[in-house]
Design a protein around this ligand. Sequence first.
Ligand code: SF4
Length: 698
Amino acid sequence: MEQTPSRDYLYFFPKETMFPGQQEAMDKIHEALTNKQIFFFEGAPGTGKTLSALAPALGVAMERNKTVVIATPNHQQMEQFVNEAKGIKKKTGIDVVVLKRKALTCPKVNEDNELKDDDDFKDNCSILKENTDKFYKDQKKHAKLKICRYYLNSLNPGRDNLDKFKAWYFSDVRRPEELLKWGIEHKFCGYEFLKLYVNEADLLVCNYRHILDPHVFIYILKLLKKEPEDLIVIFDEAHNIESHARDYISEKLSEDTVERGIKEIREFEEVLDKDAEKNPNQEKTENFLSITRKTMVAVYEKRLKIKNVDRVSSDWMNIRIVDPEVSLDQRIDKFWILYSENLKAAGIQDLPEIIEVTKEFGKIVQAKLRKPSRCISVARFMSAYRERVKSPDYYPIMSVRSEKGNKNNLHGRLELYNLFPKIVTGPLFQSLYGAVLMSATLQPFDILKTILDIKRDTSYHLSPLLYPKNNRLTIAVPIPALFSKNRDNPESIRAVTQVLDDIIESSDGNVLIFFQNYREAVKYKKRFKCKVSVFINEKGKSAQAPKEDFFKTGESGNKSVLISYLWGPLAEGVDFKDARGRIVVIVGVPYPHLDDKMLAVQTAYEAEFGNGWEYAFGIPTIRKVRQAVGRVVRSPDDYGIRILLDERYSPESPRYFKRYSVVGKFPCEESAEIIEVKPDCVKGVIMNFFKDHRRIKT
Ligand code: SF4
């Protein structure tokens, strides 16, 4: 006889009703977490994934004295988590802590022009705190130090204030903005107060960095007073774990940082007493920084002679210093060779020694100038470079860009680009009590497991798309394949424009179009014949305004077009529900730009897993298309059309395009829904679809 699973965890489910299939998903997650597994959970938007994961996770956590953490890579999702957590809090009274960037809770940023919410915030806050600690101990001696009054007040706030804060904070689920407001009103650093109570949280809502950046994760564990095995972590949009972990552990050093290091040595000299003895390490440090900068400049200038300086813009352009397609033992690092020669020529034989000297001198400069020392940043980066230059886990690369497009004002950057995020995710997943990885596009699970190096027992659940089938239509339109070499071909441009015009004209509402890259999006912006507003999500600018304008037009019963690019900010995590988006079009197959970093990942994956192209390009591309396709038709009552525009989506394409065909790479149930429609028939198919829906509505 089949056993009925224990459903005590439903205590943490705050809704009156469930989505179809939600109970089954929760039972499976509960069982998996009870067995300390890692659970893969793929489901369409609007199927209640967050609560399906949270309720059983909280149930297991309560039984076994664990803490639940839910992490997201984007802010929009965090807002949704806060709302779900509020529902659970109302029903059960659990204590919830929400962490975002510390700067968002800092009252001093609001009032002090010198303290900004930028890359230096963390260092600047630490220095202010150090100064304030000294001032607190001896006000007379340290009267001139720049301090933080909010932190000062928080050093000895009194029991009463702490109790009041705790009662206020845990009486609801508090957003970081509310904590900021509380700090301003009460003249305390709310973050310092919150730190004292994070360990009392039953549920922590945070972002990916809190878990996937190893340094930050250690700090979070300290706040929670827990070990990794005390945590059940739910990752939202978990198909992003690989790329985000890679970003967090890649390291960069900009020429600007080195210049600022050199400048700060001059500043240090100026504030020294005239008759103070010169620090013997000052000259050595300055020399070391100058050689580092000189080598960076020499490398990119030499390379630009070949690559042409006119190609440099305000976006970073890669400068190859190591061939990305050779194996590790054949790597020749042009930066490192020249750097070693330059150091030697300057009489620096012992690199570790000069790195230590620079760090020590940087500490003296930092104390004197009371701001974070760039000398220390340079020393730390060069120390990491020295250790990793021959590591299979990193690929060294340079890049260059011009200041505001001025070709005479170039800036370089050195980077240790991470190739294997598994060096972080492997130990992480091994050490957690359990985890749920959820997304609408996780498959194939076995490859995800390999790439993240998950060695634990896993199980999975696929939430079937239970929305009515005739509310959606997915069509593949076989226009000539848009390989980069064909994209500017007049025939291709004509074919794409013609189909897009037909789509826009025949659509009943808003049309969202994703191109392979930003250049393509710009190219088509002015080509449409149809007289409707065309918004574009400009690269490097916030997508908020065009997105809002697009939503407004659709929701007011009119039609507009929003054009964007697949690897931009609108292709995932944004809800184009109902009239916000009736048609989504994917133009071409959006393989990521084949730059040196991606080639290095492919080479490394080929050597490690044996299928570099598929793992590095093929699978992420299909996930990206599936994410973009999923922007429209967001609930059972919503309806819309998804259009794939390229012959590589057509059933016949494997015969002609071999591995570049994408047929058979979508999950079976999604492939089965794709219908091929010839370009001439697109208009009729779209009109019929909307006509049917108008008839159903009336
Ligand atoms: S201690 Fe608190 S209030 Fe002061 S700068 Fe840091 S975060 Fe801001």
